[in-house]
Design a binder for this molecule. Structure first.
Ligand SMILES: Nc1ncnc2c1ncn2[C@@H]1O[C@H](COP(=O)(O)OP(=O)(O)OP(=O)(O)O)[C@@H](O)[C@H]1O
Length: 363
């Protein structure tokens, strides 16, 4: 049997480093590919691409594989970033990492690896697993703290069949141990957080370069003005920190949460307590559906996540339109946020999902 060729997405992080090593150990012909998705200009300060590329190079050298680079900045801008900006402008909270997986890693990158580099598979350091039961299916990663199936729900059977996830059945501490034994520079590198190309910390400043911020009032659910916000786009449902609402003489000490955004009047609506009724939803409507089998959803009982790292919520879900599902939760759920994704599971299998269009507070 001829050796199969795998192109591994090298991010300069520990998960992809160990993935590349494991594939080499398993006897594949392994090539690393580092993508640049963001043009460096004055946003350099936000983007760690140059340092990440240097780390990816050092790792590839150490494990003895070639590293190639590719620039998908134009594709990223057109297919991910413009949507990200329009979602924020519409007062929603998008998840660009999900769109990046859909449009870049498992489309532009996959096509390039298959067609130009003549690969048999691509691989990434995502914590997910595959199973073959008639068709390739996506399963949660073994490490419950790291499972990344939420981010990969848009993949089809075909894309899953062409992708390898070498660390999906390993727990993260073990991945770090392997990297450290090999002496890889990425062994103790911090996990990346926030959107692909920018850390969480400077996010607001970054966003303000693209969307003009317009300050307005912070108002209680009873209509009392109790503060000022510096732009609705900087706030998301369920947010507690950063509201700068001072203690109030007559009020309770419970913390304040964002429970709604009134885009028309540029008002941020807040209430006290993490389970205030205005924060809770009984159901949601999702659109932009992507199910692994690319078929309409069969009505039935599933579990759902409305954001990453949320414990699964038992639910009943059904297709309510060509590109629309309704998901009814078994119990009220806090901070269901338009723009985030609702991802459905059947046990360990990630079936797919859609983008939350609307939360329903009554059914
Ligand atoms: N710039 C990039 N070039 C190539 N592949 C990438 C790049 N960024 C991410 N990937 C791939 O996508 C996977 C998941 O990326 P993510 O940004 O979620 O990082 P992570 O889970 O912290 O993994 P890692 O430790 O490898 O950075 C990576 O393991 C890698 O295979």
């Amino acid at each position: 049997m001829s050796t199969k060729k795998v192109v591994v997405g090298m991010s300069g992080g520990v998960d992809s480093s160990v993935s590349a090593y494991l594939l080499k150990e398993q006897g594949y012909d392994v090539v690393g590919l580092f993508m640049k998705n963001w043009e460096e200009d004055d946003t350099d300060t936000y983007c760690s691409a140059a340092a990440d590329l240097a780390d990816a190079r050092a790792v590839c050298e150490k494990i003895g594989i070639e590293l190639k680079t590719i620039n998908f900045a134009a594709e990223y801008w057109d297919r991910v970033f413009e949507n990200f900006l329009s979602e924020y402008s519409a007062g929603r909270t998008p998840n660009p990492d999900i769109l990046c997986n859909k449009e870049i890693k498992f489309k532009a990158f996959l096509d390039y690896a298959m067609e130009d580099l003549e690969a048999d598979y691509i691989a990434t350091g995502h914590y997910v697993q595959r199973t073959f039961d008639e068709k390739p299916k996506l399963l949660r990663g073994t490490d419950p703290n790291k499972d990344q199936s939420y981010f990969l729900y848009t993949l089809s059977h075909e894309q899953i069949g062409k992708s390898l996830f070498p660390v999906g059945d390993i727990i993260k501490p073990k991945v770090r141990e392997i990297a450290s034994k090999l002496g890889l520079v990425t062994a103790a590198k911090k996990d990346s957080t926030g959107i692909c190309f920018i850390g969480e910390k400077r996010f607001n400043e970054f966003l303000s370069r693209f969307i003009p911020a317009k300050g307005g009032d912070i108002v209680t659910v009873d209509g009392e003005v109790i503060g000022k916000h510096d732009g609705l786009m900087y706030h998301t449902l369920g947010q507690r920190k950063g509201l700068r609402i001072g203690g109030r003489k007559d009020g309770s000490d419970e913390p304040w949460y964002v429970v709604d955004k009134d885009l028309e009047h540029n008002v941020l609506i807040v209430a006290q307590g993490h389970n205030h009724p205005r924060l809770m939803s009984k159901a949601l409507i999702a659109t932009n559906l992507c199910f692994t089998n690319r078929e309409p959803l069969k009505a039935g009982r599933y579990t759902v996540k409305t954001r990453y790292r949320q414990p699964d919520i038992p639910c009943y879900a059904e297709q309510t339109g060509d590109d629309q599902i309704k998901v009814v939760f078994d119990h009220d759920v806090a901070a269901v946020t338009p723009g985030q994704s609702a991802v459905l599971y059947n046990g360990e299998e990630c079936l797919g999902g859609g983008i939350i269009e609307q939360r329903l507070q009554n059914i």
